[in-house]
Design a binder for this molecule. Structure first.
Ligand SMILES: [Zn+2]
Ligand SMILES: [Zn+2]
Length: 216
């Protein structure tokens, strides 16, 4: 099952141009089986997209991208209307654990802000010992940054996931996560991520998505 785990819409992310109704259409067209909407610090856009997905018969799962002092975190399974502009990582981690959710550093090695620069080996070790997966394919990061994240996933033995980080429709699906099993709801999404039954990919590496004609 092919899922783009990281998408922003214009509903909650002023930086995004994506109309959630078109998002659902395009996601199906590019060959994805589901998408996750992960707005910055807010759930509203994901709620709207989920309702539209229900109407269209296309699965949309809710997530959120939360800024912490250790960088952006993709969070699944913890639902609240709004997070503060910065959430202390320890607090977020506690709340995610209490809710039974999943927490994943987004684009962890992007540019000079990646944790390998800012946290050093010890900080990186602490972070990676406490998260459920790491984003190793992010559509807004360079191949080098994604490769650096991949190296962390391998070194620490944690699952890698992929998402487009799309802010424009044409970016939807450019990175994705291939899950071994079908996912019917958000609880199963969290379960499959935690179990590591998934693999991060570029769209160009997935034949069915490539053949949709958008990604070649
Ligand atoms: Zn981000
Ligand atoms: Zn993002």
């Amino acid at each position: 099952m092919l899922v783009d785990l990281h998408v922003h819409t214009a509903v909650s992310s002023p930086c995004s141009q994506i109309d959630p109704r078109l998002l659902v259409e395009v996601a199906a067209q590019v060959g994805l089986d589901a998408i996750c909407v992960t707005e910055h610090e807010e759930i509203e856009g994901a709620e709207v997209a989920r309702r539209l997905g229900e109407e269209a018969g296309f699965p949309v799962f809710r997530g959120v991208e939360v800024y912490t002092e250790l960088g952006d975190m993709l969070v699944f399974g913890l639902y609240r209307p709004r997070f503060p502009l910065t959430t202390p990582f320890a607090e977020l981690l506690r709340d995610v654990r209490e809710a039974g959710g999943a927490i994943i550093p987004a684009h962890p090695c992007r540019g000079s802000h990646g944790f390998h620069h800012t946290l050093g080996d010890e900080g990186a070790e602490f972070l990676l010992a406490n998260v459920d997966a790491i984003e190793t394919r992010n559509g807004g990061s360079s191949p080098e940054s994604n490769a650096a994240a991949q190296a962390y996933a391998e070194k620490y033995g944690i699952p890698g996931v992929g998402g487009s980080d799309a802010h424009f429709l044409m970016q939807v699906g450019r990175c994705l996560t291939a899950f071994e099993r079908d996912i019917r709801d958000e609880a199963e999404l969290v379960e499959e991520i935690k179990a590591g039954r998934c693999r991060a990919s570029y769209a160009s590496e997935v034949e069915s998505v490539r053949l949709s004609g958008i990604w070649r």
